[in-house]
Design a protein around this ligand. Structure first.
Ligand SMILES: Nc1ncnc2c1ncn2[C@@H]1O[C@H](COP(=O)(O)OP(=O)(O)OP(=O)(O)O)[C@@H](O)[C@H]1O
Length: 254
C-alpha cells in the first residue's frame, strides 16, 4: 500500500550548498501495518514523514500510496499537539472534518474513548500536556485515515501518561485498520508498538535493518519481553543503536 523510494533529499545549507538529509531510502508498508522508524537525531526521520505526507515535495524519488484517494486519507500527529488555543476541544477535532453530523458523532465518540467527554467545551490552555495529546490523537483518527504519520508524538511525557497514550493509539489503530508510520528515537517505544521496525543510518538516512516483531499485544516499553528483546538487540547490533536513547526525558504531567 505504501511504497517509498527516496533517491535524494537535500536542504540548502547556510552557504546555499546542498546538505544531504536522505539518500537511497527504500521502505514499504502493508495495509494496516504498524511500522516504526528508529534512528539517531538528525538522520532524517521528520524529513521522511514530511515527504511521505506531501508536506515537502522538493525531493528526488517517489512515494506511492495505493488505496488512498486524497490527502484527506492521511492523518498526522506531531511532537507538539498543535491545537488551536481559541477553539474548544471538540472544535479542534472537528477542524479537520467537514463538521457533518457523522463527523460530529465520530469526534464525540473518539474523545469519549480517550476519557475527554467532560472537557469537550474546554479550551486547550486549561488541559494538561497529556490531555492535549489525547485531543491530537482523536483529531488524527477522526478523518478515518488510511495512513497515519506520527512524529515522536509522545515525547517529553511522564512514563504512565505516555504508556496510556500508546495503549489508546494501539486500540484506535486496531479498530481503524490504518497503516501507521511512527517515528521515534526511543527503541523501547518502538518495540512496544510496532509490527516491524526500520532502523535508519545516521544522516543521510536510509534503512539499514528491518526487524519484524512477533510479540503479543498489548505491550508496554517496560514489559519483560520488550526488555529482553531490547537487551538482545543491544548485544547484537551495538553499532546501530549508538546515538539512540531509550530513556525518555520526563516531565510530570497528570
Ligand atoms: N528546513 C531545513 N533546512 C535545512 N536543513 C534541514 C532542515 N530540516 C532538516 N534539516 C537537516 O536535515 C537533516 C535531517 O533532519 P530531520 O529533522 O529530518 O532529522 P530527525 O531524524 O527527524 O532529527 P530529530 O530526531 O532530532 O528530530 C538534519 O541534518 C537537519 O539539520
Amino acid at each position: 500500500m505504501l511504497d517509498i523510494a527516496i533517491d535524494r533529499k537535500t536542504y540548502p545549507d547556510r552557504a546555499g550548498a546542498p546538505h544531504l538529509a536522505l539518500a537511497g531510502l527504500r521502505l514499504e508498508a502493508a495495509p494496516g501495518e504498524f511500522v516504526c522508524v528508529v534512528g539517531p537525531s538528525g538522520c532524517g526521520k521528520s524529513t521522511l514523514l514530511n515527504v511521505v505526507g506531501g508536506l515537502d515535495r522538493d525531493v528526488e524519488g517517489r512515494v506511492r500510496l495505493t488505496g488512498a484517494d486524497s490527502a484527506h486519507d492521511i492523518g498526522f500527529m506531531f511532537q507538539e499537539p498543535r491545537l488551536m488555543p481559541w477553539l474548544t476541544v471538540l472544535d479542534n477535532v472537528l477542524l479537520v472534518t467537514d463538521a457533518s453530523p457523522t463527523a460530529q458523532r465520530r469526534a464525540r465518540e473518539l474523545l469519549t474513548a480517550m476519557g475527554l467527554a467532560d472537557v469537550l467545551d474546554a479550551y486547550p490552555g486549561r488541559l494538561s500536556g497529556g490531555m492535549q495529546r489525547r485531543v491530537a490523537l482523536a483529531r488524527a483518527f477522526v478523518i478515518e485515515p488510511k495512513l497515519l504519520l506520527m512524529d515522536e508524538p509522545f515525547v517529553s511525557l511522564d512514563v504512565p501518561t505516555a504508556n496510556r497514550l500508546r495503549a489508546m493509539l494501539v486500540e484506535q489503530w486496531q479498530r481503524s485498520g490504518a497503516t501507521v508510520l511512527f517515528v521515534t528515537h526511543d527503541l523501547r517505544e518502538a518495540l512496544a508498538l510496532a509490527d516491524r521496525i526500520c532502523f535508519l543510518s545516521a544522516a543521510p538516512g536510509r534503512v539499514v535493518l528491518e526487524l519484524p516483531l512477533a510479540l503479543a499485544r498489548p505491550r508496554a516499553p517496560d514489559d519483560a519481553a520488550v526488555q529482553a528483546l531490547h537487551a538482545e538487540l543491544l548485544a547484537r547490533h551495538p553499532e546501530l543503536l549508538a546515538g539512540l536513547t531509550s530513556e525518555p526525558h520526563e516531565i510530570q504531567d497528570e
